[in-house]
Design a protein around this ligand. Structure first.
Ligand code: ADP
Ligand code: MG
Length: 240
């Protein structure tokens, strides 16, 4: 579903991604971890072309993300993304947040969009909040709306960039629970997170990055029990 091959990226003289290669099979959950500044956000954003890269290739479901001819709105509608900060439109109701892109990009009618949006809102446990504004919801609730909004586009895969790291501790699980459900239903997911409990529960594979490099990747049991690199060992020692 996602094939990243020898991707490198520079900001001026600074190389932020170094020859990164990894892949995500259909239905797989891949967790990306590593120290702050190691390039995790940059890597995940290259997948839906929010960040350009200078060499290598990325294919999403056969679509060449780096090709000049790539249809960006179409690509991004297929690849759902949820960020650390919820990024809901503050001036729109939850319902309008859920329906806007469906109508604009997928050309659904308002009624169709509302039906789909409300169904997903119900699924993340927030059916009663459709007419509120984002500011009236807690951080955890807003993040669940952000997930519902991405799902409303019927994505073929989902990217998450530290979706719980801006949340108060008591709200982390309500968001992780939604993500665990999604994973169990077979959604293809690439997740940057330090929530190793989540990784242990649903990841198929863990990718460890440091200094712009994919230092190692392994099935989760192997990564947690016997990380190969010293850098991964040191990282795990700090966060576990
Ligand atoms: P992570 O998500 O692992 O914390 P990032 O991908 O956000 O790491 O950043 C990787 C590195 O790239 C960091 O050193 C960061 O300072 C640098 N960086 C990120 N964005 C830019 C930018 N727009 N210009 C220059 N350097 C950047
Ligand atoms: Mg980041």
């Amino acid at each position: 579903m996602i094939e990243i091959k020898n991707v490198s990226k520079w900001y001026g003289d600074f190389q932020v991604l170094r020859n990164c290669s990894t892949s995500v099979e259909k239905g797989e959950v891949v967790v990306i971890c590593g120290p702050s500044g190691s390039g995790k956000s940059t890597l995940i954003k290259t997948v839906n072309a929010l960040e350009p890269f200078q060499s290598g290739s990325i294919f999403v479901n056969g679509v060449d993300v780096g090709a000049p001819s790539v249809d960006l709105p179409k690509l991004r509608s297929h690849v759902g993304m949820v960020f650390q900060h919820f990024e809901l439109f503050p001036h729109l109701t939850i319902c309008d947040n859920l329906t806007l892109a469906q109508m604009k990009v997928l050309k659904r009618t308002r009624d169709e969009a509302i039906e789909r949006g409300l169904k997903l809102l119900d699924r993340v446990g927030l059916a009663k909040h459709a007419h509120k504004f984002p500011m009236q919801l807690s951080g955890g609730q807003q993040q669940r709306v952000a997930i519902a909004r991405a799902l409303a586009m019927d994505p073929i895969c989902m990217l998450f960039d530290e979706p719980t790291s801006a949340l108060d501790p008591e709200m982390i699980n309500e968001v992780l629970d939604v993500m665990v459900e999604l994973a169990k239903e077979g959604m293809t997911m690439m997740v940057v997170t330090h929530e190793m409990g989540f990784a242990r529960k649903v990841a198929d594979k863990v990718v460890f990055m440091d200094a712009g490099e994919i230092v190692e990747e392994a099935p989760k049991e192997e990564f947690f029990s016997t990380p190969r690199s010293e850098r991964a060992q040191a990282f795990l020692a700090k966060i576990l």
